[in-house]
Structure formats: C-alpha cells, structure tokens
Design a protein around this ligand. Structure first.
Ligand SMILES: Nc1ncnc2c1ncn2[C@@H]1O[C@H](COP(=O)(O)OP(=O)(O)O)[C@@H](O)[C@H]1O
Ligand SMILES: [Mg+2]
Length: 283
C-alpha cells in the first residue's frame, strides 16, 4: 500500500498547493513513485503541472461522479515516476456538483482501495491537495489518508484553523479511519533572522512541538514564479532555496516512513536492523 498524505489546513494561502506540487516532485526525484491527486475545485495542482481543464479532459470530477476509475484519469507529469490527477472542475455547475458528490465522504477512500486491490495503481506515495476549508472534500481526503501534512504560514498563524483540523483528525481516527496520523506541521514562508519567523517558530514549538517538522520552507519568490511557469521549482532551478527545502522535506518524510515500518514492540530488532542503524548514524 502507498503512504497516502493529505496536505491540509482550512486557511488559504499557507502553501498547501505549493507543497503538494513541490513535495511530490521532490519525492519523485528521490526515486519514489508518486501520484498527486487534486481535490481542490480551484484546480491549481493540474495547472501547476501545465495541465488543461476542459470538457475533453478528465479528472477527479469524473472519478467522484462514478463515470471513470482512478487508473483511467491518471496523467503523466513530465517528471519520471510522478503522475497527476487534476480535479477538472472547470465550471460553476461542476463545482456545485462535486460538492454534492463529496457528501459521500468514503468515496475517495473506496476508489483508492479498489484500484490498489486489483493492482491497477502502484505508488510509494499518494499526495492529496485539499481546499482551504474543512468541507466534505477535505474530510473525504482525510478519510482516505494515513497522515495529514499541515503547512502554516510564519507571521500569519491561524491557530484556530489548525486546532479545528486536529480536532477533525481526532474525530476521524475514532470513527472511519483509526490509522490517520499527523505527518507533521510544516513552517512555510520562513525568513531566518526575522522576529516574525523566530516568534512563529517559538509559538509553533510551544503549541505543536511534537508535530513540528524539522524542515522549514523559506520564503522564496522562485516558488511563486514556478507556479506561473506551471512547473515544480526543482525543474526550473534545482539550486534555489525553495527547491532545496522541498528536497529536504521529501528526505525527512521518507526517513520517517522507513522508521514507521518497524513496530515498536520489536525495539531491539529495530535497532539492529541495518537500515535503522544507518539512519541513526546519520543523525
Ligand atoms: N515559501 C514560499 N515563498 C514564497 N511564496 C510562496 C511560498 N509558498 C507559497 N507561496 C505562494 O503563496 C501563494 C499561496 O500558496 P498556495 O500554495 O496556493 O496556498 P494554499 O494552497 O494553501 O492556498 C501562492 O502564490 C504561492 O506561489
Ligand atoms: Mg491551494
């Protein structure tokens, strides 16, 4: 089974879509097979990979309306090992309709399970971008995921938004999806040395310390520019601070996944395992 990660925060403009695109590209650069699913009707993930949305195309809209299966709507991203499913909500009518369809909150989960069970999809990671609101689409993504990655914008913390999201994670864990965990909270728009970023980092540590990811994404205008160019930043400028940070984030996530693969009840065996020994040595 793939690791399924929802990128979520009910506040807009914090870097969810930027993270979905650039984390996915970085995981693929790290030789992981990745599928990105766009569940935000605005459709910025598809555009971020240079994909059109029109009646002639297909995407998550067709999957949720039951007209197509996931494997039929997968498109290559142009980056090896990385595929994308755009949302394909190109009209207001479709936006209303996808809202109605998503009232069935287990639809996405069952579609992914069905495709995985018959071997029609085979990925290491599935990354799901969600809308900037805690609606049925977002809840459906959380129900289908193993973890949630929460970008936060330094200097513009919306603690309430994140608290509500974590509350929802708790509810979903106690009902449909007991395996759901928090992948981590990701500080975005980080500006080293500024008071706003230092203070943001202190507050985040105080409130969400155990969830805070080591990697921080710097404020980097190249990330905004790459959205206009409709490519992940790594493809345009692999040496830019934004691209380097997302590569580090991919590494951090892969590292944690390897650790999670070993149950804690086998602690000593875990320590002796060559992969873990190597990971420990590199810390
Ligand atoms: N680290 C960053 N540095 C500079 N600009 C960023 C950064 N992260 C995101 N942006 C820009 O901020 C805007 C909002 O990001 P986006 O990923 O669309 O947020 P969300 O999906 O949470 O609404 C976009 O224009 C994006 O290019
Ligand atoms: Mg977005």
């Amino acid at each position: 089974m793939p690791s399924i990660i929802a990128i979520s925060n009910p506040k807009g403009g914090v870097g969810k879509t930027t993270t979905a695109i650039n984390l996915a590209a970085s995981l693929a650069i790290a030789e992981q097979r990745v599928l990105v699913i766009d569940l935000d009707p605005i459709g910025s993930v598809g555009t971020g990979f240079g994909m059109a949305e029109s009646p002639n195309d297909s995407g998550m809209f067709e999957v949720l309306s039951g007209n197509m299966d996931i494997p039929q709507v997968i498109r290559p991203s142009g980056i090896p090992k990385l595929d994308v499913i755009p949302v394909n909500v190109y009209s207001n009518e479709r936006e209303i309709r996808i809202g109605d369809l998503s009232k069935n909150r287990v639809l996405l989960r069952s579609q992914i399970e069905r495709a995985s069970a018959r071997g029609a999809i085979d990925y290491d990671y599935i990354i799901i971008d969600t809308p900037p609101v805690l609606n049925d689409l977002t809840i459906g993504a959380l129900m289908a995921s193993q973890s949630v990655l929460v970008p936060m914008q330094c200097g513009h913390f919306a603690i309430k938004a994140v608290s509500r999201l974590l509350e929802m994670v708790k509810r979903i864990r106690s009902s449909t999806n007991p395996d759901l965990t928090v992948e981590g909270i990701l500080l975005n728009f980080y500006e080293k040395g500024t008071r706003a970023s230092t203070r943001s980092s202190e507050i985040a540590t105080e409130l969400f310390g155990h969830f805070l990811l080591k990697t921080r994404i710097p404020k980097n205008s190249a990330l905004g520019y790459s959205a206009f160019e409709q490519r992940p930043l790594a493809q345009l400028d692999i040496g830019s601070p934004g691209a380097i940070a997302y590569l580090a984030l991919a590494e951090e996530i892969i590292h944690r996944r390897k650790r999670r693969a070993y149950p804690l009840s086998r602690k000593n065996e875990i320590r002796r395992h060559p992969i873990i020994a190597r990971l420990d040595a590199s810390e």
